[in-house]
Structure formats: C-alpha cells, structure tokens
Design a protein around this ligand. Structure first.
Ligand code: NAD
Length: 496
C-alpha cells in the first residue's frame, strides 16, 4: 500500500488537516490500494491559488509547445499502460482488458489533444472596410475545476485534463474518492512529461466535503463535471447563479432496440457486452433491451443462456468476465433495485443475488441479472441502476420501440439492431440521445468525435474531439479587428 498526496503548485503535499482516506479494492475489501489526503477547504484554496498564478504564464506558452508536453505525456502513459491498467482494475474492479482500455482512452486523448496544439485555429475574414482585417481565435477561460466519477478512473480525467490544458487553462482536478490512486498515478505521469508547476493541481477528497466548494470557488472560471444527474444538475444551478461556465456529463438509461429482422447472434452479443460489460457501471451501459414481439421469446432465451455463462470474479483473473460493483453502498443500491423490480411485477429470469462463495467472499459481487416482462412505466425501466441488471421490454413495432426508448428522462446513448436500412434511418433520426449506434451496442465511443447526452444526461458543452467537442468547452472565442488605414472608419455607417 502506498500513500499518495495532493499536488499543489508542483509540490506533493498532504491535507492541511493531516486526514486521509483509504481506497479499497472492490474485489477484496481487505486490500487497501492506497491512501490519499482527505482535503478540506484550505487545501482547495491553495490549489486554486496555485492554478491562478500559473495561468498567466501557461496561457502565453505557445500552443504547439503545450502540445509537445502532451505528446510526451502520451508516450509515458503508453510506456506505463500495463501498470496503470492493473491499478485501474484493482481499484475500480473492471476486468483487466477493460482496465487497459481505460488507460488506452487516456493515451488516445493525449495524442489527439497534443495535435490540437498545432490546430487550434480560428477564422480570418475580409473586413467590409479597406485597410482593416479581422480574425477570430480561441482563448482559454482561466482556471477550470475538473470533477470526475469512479467508473473510468483514468479515461475521464484524461478527457478533461488534456483538452483543458492544451487550450491554455490551468486546472484543479478532484477525482472520485473511490478511485483516487489511479488518478494520482495519472497525474504523476503527466507531471513527469514536463507540465510546469501550478498548471495541474490535484486535490483529493469526498465530493460533499470539497466538490461544491471547489466548483463555486471565486477563483474558478469554469467547471467540467462528470457524474450523477443529481449532483450535476445541482452544480449547474448553483454555477448558473454565479455566472460560471459549467458542462455536465451525467447519467443514462440506454436502450438497445432489437428488430425482428436483426441478426440475433449479433444482438445477443451486443446486449451482453452493453449490459454486463464494466458490470453495468458505464454511463452508456445498455440497461434496457427493447425487443420486437415476434422475436421476443427467442431473444430472451438466447440472451439468458449467454448471460448464464458469464463468470464473476476478480478482474485481474483472466477467467473473469464480470467484476465486482464499486463498493458496499452501490451494491446495496443495485440489490435494492432488484427488489423493486420484483415488487413491480417484472419477472426475474436470471441472477438477482449477491455472490459470496469462494474467492468472492470479500468482494461486492452481484450476479448478472435479467428481468423480462418489464413495462416502460416501471422504475427499473426508467431509473439508472448502474449495475449488472438488464430490463427486457417487449415492443409492437419500430415506432413503439422508439417511443419506449425515448420515454425516459435520460438521453445519452442508444442502439438499434436491424438489417433494414430504412428502419435504421428512422431510428437514427428519432432516438433522443447524444449517441446512436447501428448494429452495435450502446458503448464504444471513439475519442475523435464529440461525446455527450441530451435531456438529463448532459448539460452544456460536449466532451472529446471533433467539431463541437471539448475545445468548445475549454475555450471561448475572441474576435480581433485591426485597422491600419490611419483614420477613423465606421462599420455599417461608412457606406456609399
Ligand atoms: P457522483 O455524482 O456521486 O460523483 C461524481 C463526482 O462528483 C465525484 O468526484 C464526487 O466526489 C463529486 N461530488 C459528489 N457530490 C458532490 C457535490 N455535492 N458537489 C461537487 N462534487 C460532488 O457520481 P459517481 O457515483 O462518481 O459516478 C457515477 C455516475 O456518473 C453515474 O450516474 C454515471 O452515469 C455518471 N457518468 C456519466 C458519464 C458521462 O459521460 N455522461 C460518464 C461516467 C459516469
């Protein structure tokens, strides 16, 4: 077990209070992965102050130079991928190939944003007046608070850190207190790449203790939050009143639609990966499968048979398909939803219980769980459970399936399995979601396109790359008019 620190102004330091938090392996609650400072307000003040001081120099560092540092960070992350991936698995519980995938996403984002150092462009256009030119350019906002959840311990932080600093901002990063060690190692590696002191500051601690204090701090210009809808919408309201920029990526209740002409083998495989991958703990997890009535029984039979074969266990073991859920409260929440589903009259056809036999004794393991005969009004069909629980719902036809898919407050990801191009086109157009997949499950976003949801899944700007992606979150536009005529010229008024 190692003791990790906050990073403030380039120095690794404990909390002013001296208090610490433990990070626990969800596959074995006896194993402490590491300790981190339990920070308080004074630590946040110090971190924000350091970021403010570093901003003036960093914003004037040429963007291609900033990009070179990010490129080096990408190379170092790549070199340390195996170690970091194993750490993600030990701390968060996802199986090792997914732990490595988490780190790969961070690497991809580092390379991508390194390139943005030479691409951060605006427009140059002709003025309507002679001897005058005009251009627009992206400029940083200042100091960002970055607040992240536990389910992607390196990828989501990287999605925020790299675009924010390539844009010339400095940051105060508060990771989830459930996966702080992975976040600390990520920051150590980024610092080793040569990021100057004060550009990245890391404060550990519980959300209720310092998350809101940090987000509403007068020294913070913008907030980028990923987490639950309850916390995100609350922060957005408070930040709105304070005139602070904020973007929130939040929960989901993502549907896979399976039409009667779908390739069932593909659909079953996709629903297994979408529903039980990462133990259902992805914002984009497919927690609802909406199946055309003609193939409902056959789909259910094949889906259940495939889910039965999934092996629960420690994510570091090659034989494991599904790891634990993150902690005891989350386990109890998921088990509580299973009870709700039963009481609502849904049919529990697989799983439904905690597993404690053999090696599973000290972890938070829940069997892959399937409910059939779920109707759209049930709570298990509407609320985010964030665990290995899938609700299977029957639909009359395409239009009914899309209505069911849209009948929730969330709108993050969605999917349809069909061989009919016309049906896929209708779904593409009518599904209310930030992401639509055709013949693929609801997970698998790539970093070179914007990422984010609609409705209660996303507020403000989107994440990741491409037009409308994270650079819009982390920069604002500035327009410059330069008059070299040597006389006063008046736009709109100096007309013949
Ligand atoms: P959470 O909202 O409990 O916590 C997220 C972060 O906010 C953590 O760092 C936490 O410490 C902090 N926090 C908690 N209370 C706070 C407060 N009052 N003020 C400020 N910060 C506070 O979410 P979680 O349990 O860590 O993550 C799971 C949730 O995240 C799920 O709802 C999931 O769908 C969502 N998520 C969304 C995306 C996306 O991109 N849309 C990605 C991953 C996870």
């Amino acid at each position: 077990m190692e003791n990790f620190k906050n990073l403030i102004n380039g120095k690794w330091t404990g909390a002013v209070s001296g208090n610490t938090l433990k990070s626990v392996n969800p596959a074995n609650s006896d194993e402490i992965v590491g300790t981190v400072p339990a920070s308080g307000r004074e630590d946040v003040d110090n971190a924000v102050d350091a970021a403010r001081r570093a901003f003036q120099k960093w914003r004037l560092t040429p963007a291609p130079k900033r990009g070179e540092i990010l490129f080096k960070a990408a190379e170092l992350l790549h070199k340390n991928k195996e170690e970091l991936g194993r750490l993600v698995t030990r701390e968060m519980g996802k199986v090792l190939p997914e732990g490595l995938g988490d780190v790969q996403e961070a690497i991809d984002m580092a390379y991508y944003m390194a390139g943005e150092g030479r691409r951060l462009s605006g427009e140059t256009v002709f003025s309507e007046l002679p001897d005058k030119d005009c251009k627009s350019m992206r400029v940083p906002l200042g100091v960002f608070a970055l607040i992240t959840p536990w389910n992607f311990p390196t990828a989501i932080p990287a999605w925020k850190i790299f675009p924010s600093i390539i844009s010339g901002n400095t940051v105060v990063f508060k990771p989830s207190s459930y996966t702080p060690v992975s976040a600390a190692r990520l920051v150590e590696i980024i610092v080793d790449a040569g990021v100057p002191e004060g550009v990245i500051n890391l404060v550990h601690g519980a959300g209720e203790d310092i998350g809101e204090y940090l987000s509403t701090h007068p020294g913070i210009d913008g907030v980028s939050f990923t987490g639950s809808t309850a916390v995100g919408t609350k922060l957005a309201r408070i930040c709105g009143e304070l005139d602070k920029e904020i973007s929130c990526e939040m929960g989901g209740k993502n549907p896979i639609i399976v039409m009667d002409d779908a390739r069932l083998d593909l659909a079953v495989e996709g629903a297994i990966w979408g529903g039980f991958g990462t133990t259902g703990q992805r914002c984009t997890a497919a927690s609802r499968v909406i199946v055309h009535k003609k193939i409902y029984d056959e789909f259910l039979e094949r889906f259940t048979a495939a889910a039965k074969r999934l092996r629960l266990g420690d994510g570091l073991k090659p034989s494991t398909d599904v790891g634990p859920v993150i902690n005891e409260p989350q386990m109890n929440k998921v088990l509580g939803y299973i009870e709700i589903g039963k009481k609502e009259g849904a049919r529990l056809i697989l799983g439904g219980k905690r597993k404690t036999d053999g090696d599973l004794q000290k972890g938070y393991f829940i069997e892959p769980t399937i409910f059939s005969d779920v109707t759209p009004g049930m709570r298990i069909a509407k609320e985010e459970i964030f665990g290995p629980v899938v609700a299977v719902i029957r639909a009359e036809d395409l239009s009914d399936a899309i209505d069911i898919a849209n009948a929730v407050e969330y709108g993050l990801s969605s999917s349809i399995y069909t061989q009919d191009v016309n049906k896929s086109a209708v779904a593409e157009r009518d599904l209310e979601a930030g992401l639509v997949y055709i013949n693929a499950p609801t997970i698998g976003a790539e970093i070179q396109l914007p990422f984010g949801g609609t409705k209660k899944s996303g507020l403000g700007r989107k994440e990741a790359g491409g037009r409308g992606g994270a650079l819009d979150m982390f920069t604002k536009w500035k327009v410059i008019y330069r008059d070299f005529s040597g006389r006063l010229q008046k736009a709109q008024i100096d007309k013949d």
